[in-house]
Design a protein around this ligand. Structure first.
Ligand code: SF4
Length: 170
């Protein structure tokens, strides 16, 4: 597949975290039309279709963006419904968030001792992350023991300048 200089420049302006996906989407579209040359117009069309929804509109930069990290082990049996319901209803540890708050990440720690957390928090920071909630399953003794690494995980997130809230729905 060939790309015009204009198309290449337009692709460079696509945020890095979605650029390779955008490239594949554009090429798929162009191929489906029986063409082999990607133009700037193709990139603009793909941008509108696949990327524009994720970009901040005027005034949206001030939104509060949060994420939830939860226990990898517990995720085997829990789809996270209580965390999402609590957020949707602004219950317990989500009280006080306004309508302009959105969840931009919901991820598991990656297994002891939370090996995935640092990497994913770094990634979420690029999307304006303000706060991370440690899920209630990490903190409560129940069918599973409380996480023995909570302190370190919390300190590591805070060291990146991100606030941490202990808990979600309990
Ligand atoms: S680090 Fe904590 S939250 Fe992650 S799997 Fe281990 S016990 Fe669960």
């Amino acid at each position: 597949m060939e790309w015009t200089e204009e198309a290449k420049a337009a692709l460079e302006r696509v945020p890095g975290f979605v650029r390779s996906m955008a490239k594949r989407a554009v090429e798929k579209e162009v191929r489906s039309q029986g063409r082999t040359l990607v133009t700037g117009e193709d990139v603009a069309r793909a941008h509108k279709k696949h990327i524009a929804f994720a970009e901040d509109k005027e005034g949206e930069q001030s939104k509060t963006r949060i994420a939830v990290v939860r226990c990898e082990t517990v995720s085997e049996v829990c789809p996270g419904v209580a965390c999402f319901k609590a957020f949707n209803k602004r219950h317990r540890h989500f009280q006080g968030y306004g309508d302009d708050t959105e969840i931009i990440g919901f991820f598991t720690c990656g297994g002891c001792p939370g090996r995935r957390v640092s990497r994913l928090v770094d990634s979420l920071k690029k999307h304006g992350l303000n706060k991370v909630h440690l899920s209630s399953c990490m903190l409560l003794e129940g069918d599973y023991p409380a996480c023995p690494h909570v302190k370190e995980i919390k300190a590591m997130i805070e060291s990146k300048g991100i606030k941490v809230v202990e808990g979600t729905h309990h």
